[in-house]
Ligand binder design. Structure first.
Ligand code: ATP
Ligand code: MG
Length: 426
């Protein structure tokens, strides 16, 4: 039996999980500022949701999915991304009857069979959102503004916004022909994946990570130059708003994104410490996806931030929040007779929002104090026969050893004292 976590997965432990939670809370709060509500979707879906939703020709569907048959013989897949599942839910739950735009955010763990390396795992996490029902550039720009504010609130700097447009299906068709003309003479040199892409979906050729193919892609014609007038106008609408908000961007005509469902606006936020894992966030508009998955034609846009990469970037920039220090009080017991009163007092404090712990391992008083010290709690209180008889004990500040008498029958006052001395005690 192998007692290690599967390759590409990780355990997250306290106090690190507290840091994750702070980042996630900041994301949820930022989403609330833009009036997004949280959606929770299943960890797995029927495989066709991703086949149709992400696209048959994508790396995700062709190489990276964890697909299995359940005992009923259905083909299921662990979600490799959030959008397809959210769209499936949008259709199934009839969310198109809600007032538009329907704004949903999510925090999900995802699964992809990947080449594991720094910033690339087999189970990873995304903070993302989708907005349904708004056709204009205003919403594209607004989700970018949300991201910009989120990064600002986290204290991150120098995350570059790269922006492009993929136009509509019609202009992509014209462009695909131009791409095929460009690649035709080089067909033999292409990697086997790209030879297949040439046939099935030439746009994917531009996303190849094989060195020679990547180089070849640099000379390829640009989709941006094939945009129809409306797509160009849409794009200008996005940049006008970004300029109005003072959000810097770079037009990057080579962004095609790894998923099939995008149309018009696509963007990435890239760290300046760019490595191959430098993309922290990817997003854009996907006007045909709801229809592709069987719903009405509902325009939509969204993004997903890689949480691991976000935290890596925060660490590199020295803005990772420090783990919150432990709060509250340890109530030590000097003898057996104090165990019940200590338990009673601890619960009374907790009901008043104060974190409290008692000895649960039947340790000696000395060992209890050692334990309290190791936990790093700011306060302790010792209950023994003497204290019980007097109805009073000494609240000890662990940092400086200072003590003050407190009544045992007045948990309100004790809670207030702990709160006033340590505002973080709650
Ligand atoms: P890449 O080109 O790096 O493989 P992608 O295009 O597959 O990225 P998306 O599907 O757009 O990525 O996902 C959005 C974000 O999720 C990425 O920008 C990245 O930050 C993060 N991400 C994607 N795959 C992984 C992974 N295997 N491990 C950790 N984070 C990931
Ligand atoms: Mg990928």
């Amino acid at each position: 039996m192998s007692l290690t976590a599967p390759k590409g997965t990780r355990d997250l432990l306290p106090p690190q999980t507290g840091v994750w939670r702070q980042v996630e809370t900041c994301f949820a709060e930022t989403c609330a500022l833009f009036q997004y509500g949280e959606i929770r979707i299943p960890t797995f879906e029927y495989t066709e949701v991703f086949q149709h939703g992400v696209g048959d020709t994508t790396d995700i569907v062709q190489k990276e999915m964890y697909t299995f048959q359940d005992k009923g013989g259905r083909s299921l897949t662990l979600r490799p991304e959030g959008t397809a599942g959210v769209v499936r839910s949008f259709i199934e739950q009839g969310l198109s009857s809600r007032p538009y735009p329907v704004k949903l955010f999510y925090i999900l763990n995802l699964f992809r069979y990947e080449n594991v390396q720094k910033g690339r795992y087999r189970e990873f996490h995304q903070l993302g959102l989708e907005a349904f029902g708004a056709p204009g550039p205003e919403i594209d720009a607004e989700v970018i503004a949300l991201l910009s504010l989120f990064f600002e609130r986290l204290g991150l700097r120098n995350i570059c916004l790269h922006l492009n447009s993929l136009g509509t299906a019609a202009c992509r068709q014209q462009y695909n022909e131009a791409l095929r003309r460009y690649y035709q003479p080089h067909l033999e040199e292409l990697c086997p994946d790209c030879q297949r892409r040439f046939e099935q979906n030439p746009l994917r050729l531009l996303d190849c990570k094989v060195a020679h193919d990547h180089e070849l892609a640099q000379g390829a014609p640009l989709l941006f130059d094939y945009l129809d007038a409306e797509s160009r106008e849409h794009f200008d609408g996005v940049t006008r708003l970004l300029e109005r908000w003072g959000i810097p961007y770079e037009i990057d005509k080579r962004i095609v994104r790894g998923l099939d469902y995008y149309s018009r606006t696509v963007f990435e936020f890239v760290s300046e410490n760019v490595g191959t894992q430098g993309t922290i966030c990817g997003g854009g508009r996907y006007d045909s996806l709801v229809e592709t998955l069987g719903g009405q034609a509902v325009p939509a846009c969204g993004f997903a931030i890689g949480e691991e990469r976000l935290l890596m970037e925060m660490e590199a920039q020295g803005v990772l929040p420090s783990p919150q220090s432990p709060a509250g009080v340890f109530i030590a017991t000097a003898e057996q007779a104090a165990v019940l009163p200590a338990a009673g007092l601890a619960q009374a404090l907790r009901r008043r929002g104060i974190s409290a712990a008692v000895d649960l391992c039947r340790r000696s008083l000395k060992a209890q104090m050692k334990y309290a010290n190791r936990l790093g709690l700011p306060f302790s209180l010792v209950l023994g026969a003497d204290e019980l008889a007097r109805g009073e004990a000494a609240l000890r500040s662990m940092a400086d050893g200072q003590e003050q008498p407190v009544r045992l029958d007045d948990p309100d006052r004790l809670a207030a004292l702990i709160n006033s001395a340590a505002p973080g005690a709650k």
